[in-house]
Structure formats: structure tokens, C-alpha cells
Design a protein around this ligand. Sequence first.
Ligand code: ATP
Ligand code: MG
Length: 246
Amino acid sequence: MSFLEIKDLSKSFGSVNVLDRVTLSINKGSVIGLVGDNGAGKSTLMKIVTGIHKPTSGSILLEERELTRISTSEIRLLGIEMIYQDLALARQQDISSNIFLGREPVKKLFGINLGLVDKQKMDKDSIKIIEDLGAKVPSVEYQAGLLSGGQQQTIAIARALTFSPKLVIMDEPTAALAVKEVQHVLELILKLKSEGISVILISHRLNDIFEVCDRILVLRQGQIVADVIKAKTSMNQIVSYIVGAE
Ligand SMILES: Nc1ncnc2c1ncn2[C@@H]1O[C@H](COP(=O)(O)OP(=O)(O)OP(=O)(O)O)[C@@H](O)[C@H]1O
Ligand SMILES: [Mg+2]
């Protein structure tokens, strides 16, 4: 039994069929590349894994637990985190507020909840998480919206890690980044893998996919048309699958 098993998953939005009997499985601690043309259904497939969308039919098992009938927050508690294509950081707020958004630690006096956010603890914990990731930011009190694309991506990853995930899904994490920042995000992916966390990486940048993934899945018009070990394929072959020439 694999760690994550998707079986015969289909999804329609109204009369539009977006996913067609998708079947795949993922082992613990592996990095999987998910590629395909614009509109192939990659983001939709992953949003079904995190519970944002419900499938029209099919099932998803995480360590043998069915996910398609439970809520996004329950799925998160089971260990799945997704960093969305549009990141969804609170741009006006500072870095540590973003990392702890919605789960801010509160101050207590003699065990009584004072209802005040413990900003000091939040900053201290954020500094530790960012350091552990080997990232550099001006200060945790810096406004998130003023950070570079790569720094924002790191903050989104830092936030995901505070949930102690078993699987992290990243949707186009390097699309808008400068070369050096791309390298840092790819290093972070390998760091997650070394800690036994599985990663699904969605990207149009095949160089990134080939650099960090163990296996590559190609989605074309809602169907899985290739599921190959990286060492046994080539960029040309993957491109052929993406455009439907193979
Ligand atoms: N909420 C929605 N309602 C209706 N149609 C949707 C919805 N979300 C996605 N779609 C449609 O589903 C198809 C797949 O979209 P999806 O975002 O999954 O593609 P993608 O592979 O992630 O593409 P890209 O590489 O451009 O991000 C598209 O035709 C899109 O218009
Ligand atoms: Mg997408």
C-alpha cells in the first residue's frame, strides 16, 4: 500500500470534464513532478487532494484513509499542505504574522488566556523556522508584500512546515523567480525529502522537474498519459507526452 493512492478520480465543472479517471500512487519521501499544458487539470487535481474541490467520482486514500469525504481542515490535520499557485500571503502583514496566520500563539497569565497575540513568541519561532530553512530575510517584522518572489515562496513553505506535513504540494513555486531564488526553492524541496516528507511539484519548468524529482507524471486533457521514473526518461520524451505527440 502506497502512502497516497488516487483511484479513478474524475471531475467535471458543469458540463466541462476536467479530470478523467486519474489513477496514481505516491510513496513516502519521494518527490513527484506533475507536468502538463495550461488547463490540463494539474491544479484542480491537487485541489481535490486538499479537499478544496470534491471529485465527481473516484477515491483518494492517504495511509488508507479516504480523503474525498472529509473537510479541508481534517485533511490538513492528516498531514497534507499545499502552497497555491497564487501563494495567498497577507501582503500587508509582516513575516511572522504570515507564518502563524490564523493560529497566532496567545499570551497567558497564570494559565489564563488573555486573548492577546504573543508576538514575541511568534517572532522567535519564526526566526527559528526561517533559519532552519537556510533562508535570508531582512527581519521577521518585515512586510511580506515587500519581499522578493523567492523570499515570499520561502515564507509560504515555512508556514506549511508549521503544520508538520507528511506531503507538501507546490503549485508553480518557481514560475516567477530569479535564477538564484529558483535554486534555493529546489534545495528546500530536497531538504523536505531528506526529512521524509513527500513533495508533489507542479511546474512548467522541466529543468526544475528534472533536477529534483524522482518520478514524473504527465497530465494531458485530464488524463494521466505518462508515469515515468526520471532516470528512465528524457526532457524530449516528456515534452512529447505534454503536447500529445507520443
Ligand atoms: N472552479 C472552476 N470552475 C470551472 N472550471 C474550472 C475551475 N477550475 C478550473 N477549471 C477549468 O478546469 C481546467 C483545468 O484547470 P487547472 O487550473 O486545473 O489547469 P492547470 O493544469 O493547473 O493549468 P495551468 O498550468 O495553466 O495552471 C481548465 O479548463 C479550467 O478552466
Ligand atoms: Mg494550475
